[in-house]
Design a protein around this ligand. Structure first.
Ligand SMILES: [Fe+2]
Length: 296
């Protein structure tokens, strides 16, 4: 036990590999020559990191759209994760050597809590498992290091196989299970819901991916939805966000359809405090916001 277990902070932490590319960390093979197109998002992550550095976390719990599991919710179950992660869409931007510790104890506890709550779950024990770029990118951009052990949770296909409403119900149950396990084990947790908001995107890349002239919202409908969701976040209306989630998903092809945001709102217990929006910007036309719920 490390003290009273609680969710210290929840963050909406989008994972465009472009942002890691632009930051030029030694682990990433491709080299960026300038951070031209995504300044607002990079500065937003800087502001977030400055705030998170002042807090103590025992664990980072990430729900990611890029570890997709057809049956059930899977949890990382190996003590250390190491290897090369390549973005399948942008291998020119992201070929990242990852090496990070895993909090298997908490992963197992959330897995068991969720199963007890009626969800299908599984621990992932493959020692050669290749961690997805959503988990790596959001963790790196939020903290700037990989020293804090992580729990990674896969994205189940329930929204796609059944409906947005069924998906949200399941993610709220998974969120509640996550919270119970964190409290039982006495962990101070940082939650990362890693996804874009609006997610309609360009299908062609310019010769220079960092050309600022290329980067803009896909269309005004996408921006309008994003502005609306961000205003609900700033006003503490998380219950209404979940109420409107099915329409939001359909209205702008939102990546929240993979469940991360609903999961985190459920885990935080529908917070009514105003969220802090550290940055908003587009990457290949998709809308991305860095948003913090400071529950500390
Ligand atoms: Fe994504």
């Amino acid at each position: 036990m490390t003290g009273p277990g609680r969710i210290v902070t929840g963050v909406l932490a989008p994972h465009p590999p472009h942002l890691v590319y632009a930051a030029n960390p030694p682990q990433n093979e491709p080299r960026s020559s300038r951070a031209g197109a995504w300044k607002g998002l990079l500065e937003g992550y800087e502001k977030l990191r400055a705030r998170l550095t002042a807090r103590e976390f025992d664990v980072v719990v990430v729900h990611t759209p890029h570890w997709k599991t057809t049956v059930g919710h899977h949890f990382l179950g190996i003590p250390r994760c190491k290897g090369l992660s390549v973005d399948p869409i942008f291998p020119n931007l992201f070929r990242f050597q990852f090496d990070l510790p895993v909090d298997v104890e908490l992963g197992e506890a959330i897995c068991a809590e969720a199963a007890a709550g009626g969800l299908v779950t599984k621990m992932m024990r493959n020692p050669d498992f290749r961690l997805d770029y959503g988990t790596i990118t959001s963790n790196y951009l939020s903290l700037g290091h990989f020293e804090t052990p992580i729990v990674a949770i896969s994205s189940n296909r329930v929204y796609f196989d059944y409906s947005n409403e069924a998906g949200d119900r399941e993610m709220l149950a998974l969120g509640a299970a996550t919270r119970r396990a964190i409290e039982k084990l006495g962990k101070r947790a940082l939650l990362l819901a890693t996804c874009s908001l609006s997610h309609r995107h360009f299908t062609q890349e310019p010769a220079d991916p960092e050309d600022p002239a290329f980067e803009h919202p896909y269309n005004a409908n996408q921006t309008r939805w994003d502005d609306h969701i961000l205003s609900l976040m700033r006003n503490g209306e998380t219950r209404r966000i979940v109420d409107e989630m099915p329409d939001f998903i359909e209205g702008c092809v939102s990546e929240t359809r993979d469940g991360a945001l609903t999961w985190m709102i459920g885990a935080m217990g529908f917070p009514t405090i105003p969220a802090i929006v550290h940055g908003y910007g587009t990457v290949i036309g998709t809308g991305n916001a860095i948003v913090e719920w400071d529950l500390s």
